[in-house]
Design a protein around this ligand. Structure first.
Ligand code: ATP
Ligand code: MG
Length: 335
């Protein structure tokens, strides 16, 4: 691995820019999908405001963070004062209301780790998960969306990485691999590390956005329209970045000692976070600090077996990016 750390990028790398951009373009949702999502949201809002006039509905996850593919499900958060009412009670009531409006497959899953109501809108064909008061997810969705506004290469890179992860079966948290959210954070971290940097560290700048959610302070610079020129000093192309991304996770990241931290724009030591040993089911074999809930390691789902799968996949991808004749196809071949 140490030898490969020094490896220079192939000389024909830029011939792959156009095909990688074509992959990206093919995954972007069409405008009419956005219109349908809005229609479904309006329908949900009508029902919710009738029953709970004070409550608010927020879209979060990939439909709102600008990293969503076409045909994504919508993640929705119902935000309301609960007092001493139980979340399950709200979800059962919500399912009841929505059921009566010829939505399909309305189901309350009150025992899930994150309890939700699931449904499908027969008019638009869109599926949707509604949770209650998962407001931190709404705020981290805004952070991701704000980062995406700064430099287009983040959105392009993250689409390609998510597509690779889904094709290779390493985007399955229940199997010990990483969530889409974790991959996007890895992309942001990676672009913060380029020299010159392609992305800034928004949480290290003047605070223009502040909120407290579940006792967690969320604060950062959100006037991203002022940062449009930030990445211009770095002229790396998308193909170079895909190459470097896989090279970094295959040969350069120090899995034994480092924590990736978008919050600080850098890496932290596992020791400083006390993430050096297994506690319960959290093994910390790859450490990704949540930008707001800093005690939360997004890599905690990764176990002894799946870390090998992940690292072998990073190495496979790095080799393909270095040697393959047609990386834009081979990279995404099903496993
Ligand atoms: P996909 O296109 O694969 O559905 P997604 O962007 O919706 O991608 P998910 O990983 O399904 O990503 O997560 C949805 C949202 O839930 C994320 O954008 C994030 O706000 C939140 N989230 C997911 N996992 C975590 C986590 N472990 N900790 C905190 N928030 C999370
Ligand atoms: Mg999702």
């Amino acid at each position: 691995r140490n030898v490969k750390r020094q490896m220079a990028c192939r000389s024909d790398i830029n011939s792959f820019n156009a095909p990688f951009l074509a992959v990206f373009e093919s995954l972007i949702p069409a405008d009419e999908e956005k219109v349908k999502q809005k229609q479904l949201m309006m329908l949900l809002e009508k029902h919710v405001s009738k029953e709970w006039p004070e409550a608010r509905l927020h879209v979060y996850g990939s439909c709102a963070n600008s990293f969503g593919f076409s045909k994504s499900d919508i993640d929705v958060c119902l935000a309301m004062e609960l007092g001493n009412i139980d979340k399950s009670e709200i979800l059962l009531k919500l399912a009841d209301i929505l059921q009566s409006d010829n939505l399909q497959n309305v189901q309350a899953l009150t025992r899930a780790r994150v309890p939700i109501v699931k449904l499908k809108d027969p008019v638009t064909g869109i599926s949707c998960d509604i949770c209650v008061n998962n407001v931190l997810a709404v705020v981290n969705t805004k952070l991701l969306r704000d980062y995406a506004q700064i430099d287009v290469r983040l959105r392009q890179l993250a689409f390609i990485i998510k597509h690779w992860a889904k094709s290779r079966g390493v985007n399955e948290t229940y199997q010990g691999t990483l969530s889409s959210y974790a991959y996007v954070l890895m992309c942001i971290h990676f672009l913060q590390q380029r020299r010159p940097a392609i992305l800034p560290c928004l949480q290290g700048m003047e605070i223009t956005y502040f909120t407290i959610v579940d006792n967690v302070e969320c604060a950062y610079f959100d006037q991203v329209e002022k940062l449009q020129n930030f990445g211009l000093r770095n002229g790396e192309s998308i193909a170079q970045l895909v190459w470097a991304f896989f090279h970094y996770w295959a040969y350069c990241h120090d899995y034994a000692n480092d924590v990736i931290s978008v919050r600080t724009g850098s890496t932290l030591s596992k020791r400083a976070k006390d993430w050096t040993r297994r506690v319960g089911n959290d093994r910390h074999l790859i450490c990704i600090e949540d930008p707001f809930e800093v005690s939360h390691d997004l890599g905690r789902v990764v176990d002894k077996y799946s870390i090998r799968v992940l690292r072998e996949e990073f190495e496979r991808a790095a080799e393909i990016m270095q040697y393959d004749h047609n990386p834009c196809v081979t990279l995404f071949e099903p496993y």
